[in-house]
Write a new protein. Structure first.
Length: 92
């Protein structure tokens, strides 16, 4: 995965709608995210990740990290913080 180098929160609109988005920059990509917020919640020994966009809610059970043997809750938080810093809500 490419490392996030930075982000900019942006606002754009067309004739009827307003879009609040973030532009995330990596060495070789610009990722446009339309996100209301990101939640990380402790669940047993793992975590639940919820991403809420303007139109949908997504939820996943975290199963691991590629380079970390037996990841802890703080490991998931660190990864998500790099990308979603101002939009990340952590529930322990």
């Amino acid at each position: 995965m490419s490392k996030a180098l930075g982000f900019i929160s942006v606002h754009r609109y067309d004739l009827v709608s307003h879009f609040f988005e973030s532009l995330y920059f990596t060495e070789d990509k610009v990722i446009v995210l339309r996100i209301a917020k990101v939640e990380l919640k402790k669940f047993g020994l793992g975590a639940i990740i919820k991403i809420l966009t303007n139109k949908k809610k997504y939820s996943w059970d975290a199963r691991g990290l590629p380079d970390v043997k037996k990841p802890k809750f703080d490991d998931y938080e660190e990864v998500l913080w790099r990308v979603f810093s101002e939009k990340l809500l952590v529930k322990r």
